[in-house]
Design a protein around this ligand. Structure first.
Ligand code: NAG
Ligand code: NAG
Ligand code: NAG
Ligand code: NAG
Ligand code: NAG
Ligand code: NAG
Ligand code: NAG
Ligand code: NAG
Ligand code: NAG
Ligand code: NAG
Ligand code: NAG
Length: 537
């Protein structure tokens, strides 16, 4: 009889979501204001004081979004906040909520790839100089542990450039290097004792660091092919002529490489008939940047436009940027454009219809080299986080990096080291941080949370809070259902304002100011070259 009563109450617990707040998402055009130098808005949380991702401004959120999360390496001026690799959720249910971020400065090319058959996170981190980077390459596993951190081969530490980190099916890495070399530039109107930016790419064995292959632009692409003016550069080692400006390198199924100066060029897939590329533009006819899906005919040596992709504002991104097919095996998949030096990304269908259109910072302040939408399962080795606002009758839960949490169960006990905890309520996860109203709930001295997946399996326990401090608490505890604290629908709406306001009260002061202003990609298009095959400009 008693068991039956408890079970009835638990069924009710599970069916009434008490979660009240959404993460801070703005639909207000005034969110960002104007001006280069003031800080950009960011989100803050009660349960995790460390992470402060940028505020999202959603211009359009449609349906038919692809599965997966949005990956951006947030970057920019010192006032741009946390320039960290960042994963966001934009789904039909939750729009613009943080999934994960961590303290790796100025990340470039942040995304997931497959290494030794396992999903991993990959990115470059280092310092950003005038159009290139000096740094190294990181790989994290699904627990967000570093499983690889490597340098380029032969040229010394921190010589890895920011533009490319692609893992090949052979578990090698494709990376770029910018090296100033003395060079006779007289044939193109420069100094005989001039300086050139050699643009090198390397294929490296990630496990051993061994060099597999190396390629130099100057050996293959004439200096006279450059669209970048040889003006006020090329006279010194400090200011070499950046004639090629390597951006992307990919390896195809035949073992050839697709190399691009200034653009993000990819074969759509192993059919090798279509190329996706981000065209910064603008030309006289087209005054904005766009993504291009191109049909490539290697017999006729012709290229035909299949589809172009732009956001609603028709943003001009002077440098950086990307276009990716979200499921490259399927040409009619959705596509995602990252606007590089401007803080926008857009998901579109194959016909170019905008499905999701997002701004993630103040223009000319925040940027992200590329943007991706990709599937990811994160299983952090950290514990989930709790903040219990005892006077406000609310508890806040989050778990940086966890993708499987469906609900939070609130538990209470009289001792932090108790091995018996009473579950008092449960709420569906609403975003990075879930706020739960505890007004009508009987609590003992300590409160903690249990993260559960969609089938109720425990994924992790928070520490215990007495409202002032956090205490270690065992995870292998027994649980009992509460007879005293069945949530009622009326309590569902009672404290909504406090949670919402706290989550959205972004301050403009205090943004971490560590970034070097990134002036990337001032050069112009040079060439897209398939080594050993097709070449077109
Ligand atoms: C985004 O979606 C939400 C939920 O469906 C809706 O309330 C909101 O109006 C949408 N915003 C825009 C800008 O389309
Ligand atoms: C990020 O890491 C840097 C370098 O280790 C450190 O100085 C800084 O305090 C860290 N920032 C945060 C918010 O943890
Ligand atoms: C991630 O790497 C750490 C350290 O090697 C390991 O303990 C952990 O099990 C790994 N996690 C996953 C999900 O592979
Ligand atoms: C590329 O250029 C660098 C700098 O001049 C040189 O050290 C390296 O040997 C070159 N590599 C190849 C494959 O030519
Ligand atoms: C660059 O020089 C090569 C060799 O002289 C020549 O074949 C080519 O047509 C030139 N390209 C341009 C764009 O002038
Ligand atoms: C390709 O993507 C489109 C758009 O998401 C979808 O409707 C279609 O079913 C997909 N085709 C395959 C074979 O997965
Ligand atoms: C919290 O709950 C207590 C007891 O029900 C009540 O007296 C108090 O006013 C509540 N505080 C807030 C901020 O709602
Ligand atoms: C917790 O402590 C309070 C006050 O001492 C007591 O009334 C209550 O029965 C205790 N609860 C449990 C589960 O031991
Ligand atoms: C419940 O979730 C766990 C962990 O994700 C999974 O291993 C298990 O297969 C799921 N069980 C059911 C019945 O869905
Ligand atoms: C939990 O684990 C600890 C350490 O392994 C053990 O001493 C303790 O008995 C366990 N408690 C329960 C309730 O299983
Ligand atoms: C609460 O504890 C009972 C055991 O008494 C358990 O059967 C139930 O699944 C728990 N509820 C939740 C939401 O975890």
């Amino acid at each position: 009889m008693r068991i039956r009563t408890v079970a009835t109450q638990l069924a009710l617990l599970a069916s009434v979501p008490l979660a009240l707040s959404q993460d801070s998402v703005s639909y207000d055009f005034d969110t960002y204001g104007v001006g280069d130098d003031s800080g950009t808005p960011y989100q803050t949380y009660q349960s995790n004081a460390v992470v402060q991702p940028p505020e999202m401004h959603i211009n359009r959120n449609g349906t038919a979004l692809a599965d997966g999360y949005i990956f951006v390496g947030v970057n920019g001026k010192p006032t741009s906040g946390q320039n960290w690799p960042t994963i966001f959720e934009f789904s039909d249910d939750i729009e613009g909520s943080l999934i994960w971020t961590a303290n790796y400065s100025l990340p470039f090319d942040f995304r997931t790839q497959t290494y030794k058959g396992e999903p991993v996170l990959t990115f470059w981190s280092g310092i950003v100089l005038n159009g290139y980077g000096r740094g190294s390459f990181y790989m994290l596993n699904q627990s967000y542990d570093e499983i690889a951190h490597f340098e380029v081969a032969r040229f010394g530490d921190d010589m890895g450039d920011a533009h490319e980190f692609t893992v090949t099916p052979d578990d090698t890495a494709l990376v770029a290097i910018y090296i100033a070399v003395p060079y006779d530039l007289s044939a193109v109107g420069g100094s005989e004792d001039g300086w050139l930016f050699e643009n090198t790419f390397q294929e490296i064995n990630i496990e051993t660091g061994e060099l597999v292959f190396e390629w130099n632009a100057s050996t293959h692409v004439g200096l006279n092919e450059s669209y970048n003016a040889l003006t006020d550069v090329g006279e010194s080692e400090e200011a070499p002529w950046d004639y090629f400006h390597i951006n992307s390198v990919a390896k195809d199924k035949n073992g050839d490489y697709l190399v691009s100066g200034r653009h993000d060029a990819r074969w759509l897939n192993d059919d090798m008939k279509r190329i996706t590329v981000f065209d910064n533009g603008p030309t006289e006819d087209i005054g904005y940047s766009r993504g291009l899906l191109l049909d490539v005919n290697e017999d006729d040596m012709t290229v035909t436009l299949v589809q172009d992709f732009t956001n609603e504002a028709k943003t001009f991104a002077q440098y950086e940027g990307s276009l990716r097919a979200i499921d490259p095996s399927n040409e009619t998949t959705n596509y995602i454009i990252g606007y590089g030096n401007q803080p926008f990304f857009t998901e579109l269908d194959y016909q170019g219809n905008i499905l999701l259109d997002v701004q993630f910072g103040k223009t000319n302040v925040v940027n992200a080299y590329r943007a991706f939408r990709q599937p990811w399962e994160g299983k952090p080795s950290t514990k989930p986080d709790i903040h219990w606002d005892k006077d406000g009758n609310s508890t806040y839960f989050s778990w940086n990096g966890a993708t499987e949490v469906a609900s939070w169960v609130v538990c209470t006990a009289n001792a932090s080291d108790s091995d018996l905890w009473t579950n008092v309520t449960v709420a569906r996860r609403t975003g990075f941080e879930t706020t739960i109203d505890l007004s009508d709930v009987q609590l003992e001295r300590f409160v903690r949370g249990k993260a559960v997946n969609s089938n109720g399996t425990a994924l992790g326990w928070t520490m215990a809070s007495d409202g002032d401090e956090l205490y270690d608490a065992p995870d292998n505890v027994s649980e009992r259902g509460s007879a005293s604290a069945t949530p009622t629908p009326s309590s569902t709406s009672s404290s909504s304002p406090s949670g919402t306001n706290e989550a959205s009260s972004t301050t403009l002061s205090g943004a971490a100011a560590r970034a070097t202003h990134a002036v990337m990609e001032q050069a112009y298009v040079v060439a897209v070259v398939v080594v050993g095959g097709l070449a077109f400009v």
